[in-house]
Write a protein that binds this ligand. Structure first.
Ligand code: NAD
Ligand code: TYD
Length: 355
């Protein structure tokens, strides 16, 4: 089977390939990635020479290039991770989110429609987010029936792409599957997202910027648990269906940051109080969703998926990984990282107060 993975040089895509390429030498995995700031080729080093793996540097907004990749590699399965994925970047510059997340998904769907004559054994798996459902109050969970109500340019662009995927199923009979997952964490995540940003800032004794009062809740899932869930859906999920994925790990941001300070302190032998004192409350994110929480009953019941990592075990693995992989970190920080930190945090300083 030929499996075309888009965005396989990013956080979740690279974890997915590192898990599945060694496990499935009988399949061919083609990684299609534009290598934006969020990608790191070093993430793919463990599989780069595997016989069942190859890489194509292609931008999915380029319809001709996507068409050529389909003609060359004849995929049976597409697992579509490629996206602009960071909410704060979408607030400062939404256009690229519409291009990659909406137009890029459209190009892939059209390539499937053109190249897939026999649909019997084909799957287009669209990787999406729980952020399409908007914000919860203090009670309740997102189910697959929850109405879409996105708040940010990122979640609106992902919601739009989900709608395209469903429309291509209903209108053209394309064999699609969609998963909507909660916040991921783990190795290989670009340090603009909460967890790796806080680990690296704590290690460097830089301020730990907490938006608003830090009471927003996210439902955290270890990245390889997400990857296993996606592969289960690819293999045995029903065509045309949506599955929510989450690990029942609801935490306020402040609790996450406190836990990280204690873990980094334990792992590096410094005093936790020194790291906790770095917490800094800064101006909130506009349109900041209050709470996400996933009801994963459907994937647990229908496909027998359950997460392997607890929040405690996954966070410790994550902290250890960032402490042990300085070369990877220096690579991602050598790009536009400093410019981004200044753009995103520079004008939040007005709202700053020490914890
Ligand atoms: P990421 O930002 O770490 O990686 C995105 C990858 O896509 C990068 O390798 C980048 O080079 C590539 N890419 C971006 N634009 C491209 C383009 N135009 N053409 C080709 N490649 C392009 O993202 P991630 O966190 O790994 O997320 C992967 C997918 O999972 C996304 O679709 C995201 O919406 C979804 N998702 C993420 C989370 C999360 O917590 N990170 C949770 C649920 C769903
Ligand atoms: P993030 O990792 O950007 O994921 P998402 O916005 O997709 O949920 O942020 C997770 C939570 O952490 C979110 O409520 C925003 C908050 N946050 C901070 O408080 N400070 C930060 O510097 C960042 C990046 C996020």
């Amino acid at each position: 089977m030929n499996v075309l993975v888009t965005g396989g040089a990013g956080f979740i895509g690279a974890n997915f390939l590192r898990l599945l390429v060694p496990r499935h030498p009988e399949h061919r995995f083609v990684n299609v990635d534009a290598l934006t700031y969020a990608a790191n080729p070093k993430s793919l080093a463990p599989i780069a020479e595997a016989p069942g793996y190859c890489f194509e540097r292609v931008d999915i907004t380029d319809a001709d290039a996507v068409d050529r990749v389909f003609a060359t590699h004849q995929p049976d399965v597409v697992v579509h991770f490629a996206a602009e994925s960071h909410v704060d970047r979408s607030i400062l510059g939404p256009k690229q989110f519409l291009r990659t997340n909406f137009e890029g998904t459209f190009n892939l769907l059209e390539a499937c429609r053109k190249h897939w004559q026999d649909l019997g054994d084909k799957v287009f798996h669209h990787v999406s987010t729980d952020e399409v459902y908007g914000s919860l109050g203090t009670e309740g969970f997102f189910t697959e029936e929850t109405a879409y109500d996105p708040s940010s340019p990122y979640s609106a662009s992902k919601a739009a792409s989900d709608h395209l995927v469903r429309a291509w199923h209903r209108t053209y009979g394309l064999p699609v599957k969609i998963t909507n997952c909660s916040n991921n964490y783990g190795p290989l995540q670009f340090p603009e997202k909460l967890i790796p940003l806080m680990i690296l800032n704590a290690v460097e004794r830089k301020p730990l910027p907490i938006y608003g009062e830090g009471l927003n809740v996210r439902d955290w899932l270890y990245v390889t648990d997400h990857c296993e869930a996606i592969w289960k859906v690819v293999q045995s999920g029903a065509v045309g269906e949506t599955y929510n994925i989450g690990g029942h790990n609801e935490k306020t941001n402040i609790d996450v940051v406190d836990a990280l300070c204690h873990l980094v302190a334990e792992e590096t032998g410094v005093d936790a109080a020194e790291l906790l004192a770095l917490k800094t409350f800064v101006k909130d994110r506009p349109g900041h969703d209050m709470r996400y929480a996933i009801d994963a009953t459907k994937i647990e019941r229908d496909l027998g998926w359950t997460p392997k990592q607890t929040f405690e075990s996954g966070m410790r693995e994550t902290v250890r990984w960032y402490l042990a992989n300085d070369a990877w970190i220096q690579d991602v920080k050598s790009g536009d990282y400093k410019t981004w930190i200044e753009a995103n945090y520079g004008d939040r300083r007005d709202g700053e107060s020490a914890s």
